[in-house]
Design a binder for this molecule. Structure first.
Ligand code: FAD
Length: 223
């Protein structure tokens, strides 16, 4: 396997450039890319507002001029309401890049599995030339299919798994990503990349152990 040199972790200052809602509950935050900051798709930063800091996976490509994050608004959360209030142009501090959730090409078919904003590292990978993967994105409502354009270009197979009643006007699977992996994914040897909720990662890991014992699993836990 190819050895990757990880960029050094440092503290940086950035400026908020733009913020836009992707859905009723999820927004994209765009920040200036500080001089000297580099990262590998799949890595994250630790973003601070005052004393409060949280981790966010980078959605942008390392070739982009800006850094982008895809953030779920947690109305009673400590940090995300603040990220919505901060004026455009305000300066923020972050540490990074951190993490080892990197794409590692092997002979096995890659299967990316995400719930909600867990899609973030896969967007960066898709924007940076990663191809030939299967992507399963678990969402509640059809309008939460953000970054679909990236995966329509990059993925070999792109399936949105919707738990709510509206299947959307596109091909989708009615149920959880776990059900898709248990019932619809053909038997084979895969490299699974799992990102998002702990319950999903735990449940998919159990199914993989049972149905796809020769496969490998890489994980990134959000909460
Ligand atoms: C490695 C890593 C990468 C992460 N990357 C992202 C990312 O790219 N985008 C992102 O939105 N979050 C991401 N998170 C989660 C993020 O760090 C915060 O936990 C989240 O933004 C909530 O912060 P808060 O202070 O507003 O809420 P808190 O006061 O910390 O409340 C946390 C509660 O909010 C819920 N919650 C947290 N994150 C989410 C979420 N993404 N979707 C739904 N419910 C959630 C959980 O129930 C959790 O217990 C990541 C976490 C880790 C560990």
């Amino acid at each position: 396997m190819e050895k990757m040199m990880l960029p050094a972790v440092r503290s940086y200052r950035t400026v908020i450039r733009h913020r836009r809602w992707l859905t009723a509950h999820t927004f994209q935050l765009e920040m200036a890319r500080p001089d000297g900051f580099d990262f590998i798709p799949g890595q994250r930063i630790h973003l601070n507002v005052g004393e409060i800091g949280r981790d966010y996976s980078l959605v942008s490509s390392p070739r982009d001029q800006y850094l982008r994050l895809c953030i779920r608004h947690i109305p009673r959360g400590e940090l995300t309401p603040k990220l919505l209030e901060i004026p455009i142009g305000e300066s923020l501090r972050f540490f990074g890049p951190n993490g080892y959730f990197l794409f590692r090409a092997s002979g096995k078919q890659p299967v990316f599995v995400a719930t909600g904003t867990g899609i973030a590292p896969f967007v960066s990978m898709g924007l940076t030339g990663c191809r030939g993967f299967t992507l399963l994105h678990g969402i509640r409502k059809a309008d939460e299919r953000y970054y679909a354009d990236v995966f329509q270009r990059a993925a070999e197979m792109y399936m949105t798994c919707i738990t709510g009643p509206d299947p959307g006007g596109f091909e989708s699977f009615p149920g959880r990503v776990t059900e898709y992996v248990a019932e619809a994914l053909p038997v084979g040897e895969y490299d699974f990349y799992l990102c998002g909720r702990t319950e999903m990662i735990r449940d998919v890991t159990r199914i993989v152990d049972r149905r796809f014992p020769e496969s490998r699993i890489f994980i990134e836990l959000f909460f």
